[in-house]
Design a protein around this ligand. Structure first.
Ligand code: GRF
Length: 190
């Protein structure tokens, strides 16, 4: 079994898609779901949409220094014997010590290296780009850097509003991220 942790901070829709996908993947066990903000919608979504499943959800709020927070996260990852961590809207920058200790994967809503950092959809849309895309990549100590696993484009239509543009991107995120989890299941590595 490959033991996977999901980390989220906000709405948690990608994490939900990964949880759903994992049900069909016989070599993947989601052994930990970690949320770092009490206001994240993910725990409630999991209760509403997955009432039969009892995943281990941990809320580790960042209260002290980054070092203290990462020490708590490390303990949770070691306790759950995690092999891979999928970041799903986790709004923290991990230290290089963390990224050396564990294998992290991230999803970013742009054609990296374009629009690394926050508000990638908004910036691509404001710039009037004819297309944008989604990138799933290994995490290193930089911000949205690290080797790319998969990158896929989606078009911006002339009729798009920011909302319809983001909806098209999110739909692609929800397809691509589970595909990467399946690749890990099938190939044993990424
Ligand atoms: C997604 O757009 C993802 O690409 C980015 O953060 C957002 C998280 O959305 N890293 P959700 O919490 O999965 O709905």
């Amino acid at each position: 079994m490959i033991r996977v942790a999901l980390f989220a901070s906000g709405t948690g829709t990608n994490a939900m898609k990964l949880l759903e996908a994992a049900r069909e993947l016989h070599h993947i066990e989601i052994a930990l779901v970690l949320v770092d903000q009490a206001k994240s919608q993910l725990p409630q979504r999991m209760k509403n949409e997955n009432p039969r499943h009892t995943y281990r959800v941990k809320v580790i709020e960042r209260t002290g220094t980054r070092e203290q927070h990462e020490a708590q996260i490390t303990e949770a990852l070691v306790d759950a014997k995690i092999d891979w961590v999928f970041l799903a809207g986790y709004m923290r920058i991990l230290s290089s010590e963390m990224t050396k200790k564990f294998r992290f994967i991230n999803i970013h809503p742009s054609l990296l290296p374009l629009y690394a950092g926050l508000d990638a959809y908004e910036r691509a849309f404001a710039n009037g780009d004819a297309e944008s895309g989604i990138t799933i990549h290994h995490v290193d100590s930089g911000v949205d850097t690290g080797p790319v696993i998969v990158q896929e484009k989606f078009p911006r239509l002339t009729t798009d509003t920011l909302d319809s543009f983001m909806d098209r991107g999110k739909a692609l995120e929800w397809t691509l991220y589970p595909q990467v989890l399946k690749k890990l299941n099938d190939e044993g590595t990424l």
